[in-house]
Design a protein around this ligand. Structure first.
Ligand SMILES: [Zn+2]
Length: 188
């Protein structure tokens, strides 16, 4: 524990990620399944995936991402986030909104049956060096390849993705967002 305290959170995360990816790196010890599963659970306590922390999925009113959905929803959602991040050339992507309590969803004008309330949605800003249009196309490509994202929305400055249940894929784009994209295309 002393060693862990001497390291920054980021260093610990990097070490744990390395240990999971390459168990032989654990100081020459042969890692047992028990050790690996411990490493995995420490890793999961920090975040649902390598580049996401649980606090990034929390509601902006301060309510944490619900514990009971972490395994069943948060990790699946984070896997789609990682796939999009990788498809964007591993550029950092900012989460603008993830889980929302009903009250907060109403306060920000979210739709009544928003997947954000269910902890199954992310609003993502395009990474640096990528236009909103490129980002939208990339998210659509990932959704088509992996078939886990079933909700895709284009807004003026971000892309919404969600992993709603069912088989049907829903896509939408506000008229303003579409007009902005057409303008970008026309300007080229
Ligand atoms: Zn959204």
């Amino acid at each position: 524990m002393f060693l862990l305290r001497a390291l920054s959170g980021l260093q610990v995360r990097a070490l744990l990620s390395e240990a999971i990816a390459n168990p032989a790196s654990l100081g020459g010890f042969r890692a047992t399944e028990g050790v690996l599963s411990l490493v995995r659970s420490i890793r999961r306590a920090a975040g649902p995936s390598e580049h996401l922390a649980w606090h990034e999925l929390a509601c902006h009113d301060g309510t944490p991402y619900p514990l009971e959905w972490r395994e069943s929803r948060g990790i699946a959602l984070a896997a789609e986030f990682e796939a999009i991040r990788e498809a964007c050339g591993n550029r950092p992507i900012r989460v603008l909104s993830a889980y929302r309590t009903e009250d907060h969803n109403t306060a920000v004008g979210g739709s009544k049956h928003s997947q954000h309330i269910e902890g199954r949605a992310l609003d993502l800003a395009p990474p640096d060096g990528m236009t909103l249009e490129e980002f939208w196309r990339t998210a659509n490509h990932v959704a088509g390849e992996r078939k886990v994202i079933r909700g895709l929305g284009l807004y003026g400055s971000f892309v919404h993705i969600d992993i709603r249940p069912g088989k049907r894929v829903r896509k939408w784009s506000g008229s303003r967002a579409l007009a902005e994209l057409r303008q970008q295309e026309a300007d080229r």
